[in-house]
Design a protein around this ligand. Structure first.
Ligand SMILES: *[C@@H]1O[C@H](CO)[C@@H](O)[C@H](O)[C@H]1NC(C)=O
Ligand SMILES: *[C@@H]1O[C@H](CO)[C@@H](O)[C@H](O)[C@H]1NC(C)=O
Ligand SMILES: *[C@@H]1O[C@H](CO)[C@@H](O)[C@H](O)[C@H]1NC(C)=O
Ligand SMILES: *[C@@H]1O[C@H](CO)[C@@H](O)[C@H](O)[C@H]1NC(C)=O
Ligand SMILES: *[C@@H]1O[C@H](CO)[C@@H](O)[C@H](O)[C@H]1NC(C)=O
Ligand SMILES: *[C@@H]1O[C@H](CO)[C@@H](O)[C@H](O)[C@H]1NC(C)=O
Length: 339
């Protein structure tokens, strides 16, 4: 579905971001970023480095490491981009980010030289550098020509759209920049929901549609605002603003507005209630299919029968114990599917 966001004004006052020690924004050929290092954009707003997610609730607590971009000025971690979302790295021994001899930016095992992730750009030169720009875009460029960009993270978004990044189509290459939600609160792997430009859409007033491209781009009137647009694991697209006074991310809007209007958000055999938390509960006689995913806000697996239907386990239906139960004060979802 097409999501069109127009920023007129945001009703928040934000103080200037705190200042920090100088750090580099560039990886030159032969240089590497170690696990505990980070690149910081020139304006200090964004950082690139390795971050860890772990599930402390599961019995054997396992950590996963990802290369990502986050908001460097903000104490509550919020990811803006993840390189290896489908390929978590399980330990950090000899892990580094470097510009490899083929010119690509790679996550590599320094001792074995094995590669976990690569920009896989069509590089025919030896002499590229990686740079984290002040708008949060990580670029791989020709070291002697700053406008010759070979790869950029803005073309490979994860679940977040930063101001200035395009959401939409490159008609020449067929590339479609779209956001895909995290699988759950701690797993950046591709989840159930996508937020992009409907290629068949023909709106033309507020977004760019030229011979080469078709996209929406968000812009902020005040560059001091720390803003992110994210497609959430629970299926809502949300805009957040960092509010310095409250030291928290404040929701500026959500689409759809109500969690229960998200398609299949609670999964099969559930009841969704916008006035209750959690929003999803199982119908009587059903139990949560995947409690771990459910806990982490991925409820798409829904609920399952506690007892199989008699008419399925026993062909003798004459004496079936199966019954219908009434369920008052609910409506079926719009565009629902039957299971
Ligand atoms: C890198 O290779 C070394 C040697 O095989 C191994 O001990 C280490 O675990 C590897 N690191 C990662 C991140 O896989
Ligand atoms: C690229 O350049 C570096 C140093 O400038 C050199 O060590 C490396 O072998 C070169 N790689 C290729 C593929 O030419
Ligand atoms: C990289 O930029 C330099 C300087 O502009 C240029 O000479 C060189 O051809 C460029 N490399 C490629 C592959 O375009
Ligand atoms: C630098 O790269 C841009 C974009 O690829 C190109 O248009 C321009 O001609 C290049 N400049 C030089 C000096 O090679
Ligand atoms: C929008 O598109 C329609 C048809 O595709 C065209 O008639 C109209 O002139 C366009 N409007 C603008 C502002 O480009
Ligand atoms: C169905 O089950 C009932 C009760 O167990 C039994 O009396 C009846 O004979 C069964 N009918 C068939 C067709 O098996």
């Amino acid at each position: 579905p097409l999501l069109l966001i127009v920023f007129t004004s945001l009703f928040f006052y934000l103080s200037a971001p705190p200042s920090f020690a100088a750090a580099t924004d560039t990886i030159l050929p032969g240089q590497a970023l170690a696990v505990n290092d980070k690149l910081v954009s020139e304006n200090g707003r964004y950082a690139l480095g390795f971050f860890e997610t772990s599930n402390t609730k599961s019995s054997q607590s396992t950590s996963s490491w990802y290369l990502g971009i986050w908001f460097n000025t903000v104490p509550i971690f919020a990811s803006a981009w993840v390189a290896n979302r489908e390929k978590p790295i399980k330990n950090t021994a000899s892990l580094q980010l470097t510009v490899s001899s083929d010119g690509n930016l790679v996550i590599q095992n320094r001792s074995t030289k094995s590669i976990f992730w690569s920009t896989q750009a069509n590089v025919r030169i030896n002499g590229t550098i990686a740079m984290l720009l002040s708008n949060g875009n990580l670029i791989l460029r020709n070291s002697s020509n700053s406008s010759h960009i070979l790869w950029q993270s803005f073309d490979h978004p994860t679940d977040t759209l930063l101001p200035g990044a395009k959401l939409g189509l490159d008609k020449l290459t067929g590339m479609n920049r779209r956001l895909v939600s995290w699988k759950n609160r701690i797993n950046p792997a591709s989840g159930a929901y996508c937020d992009g430009l409907d290629p068949s859409a023909s709106y033309n007033l507020t977004f760019v549609d030229n011979e080469r491209e078709k996209y929406v781009v968000e812009s902020l009137t005040d560059e001091n605002i720390v803003f992110r647009h994210v497609i959430d694991a629970s299926g809502q697209a949300k805009g957040y603003v960092w509010y310095e006074g409250l030291q928290d991310w404040i929701l500026a809007y959500s689409q759809p507005k109500a969690q229960c209007d998200v398609y299949a958000g609670c999964g099969p055999f559930t009841i969704c209630n916008d006035d209750a938390l959690p929003n999803c509960i199982c119908m009587d006689g059903f139990t949560i299919t995947s409690p771990l995913d459910w806990e982490l806000e991925d409820r798409t697996a829904g609920c399952s029968r506690k007892t199989p239907l008699h008419c399925i386990t026993n062909k003798n239906t004459t004496y079936s114990t199966d019954r219908f139960a009434s369920l008052p004060c609910v409506r079926l979802p719009k565009n629902g599917v039957s299971k």
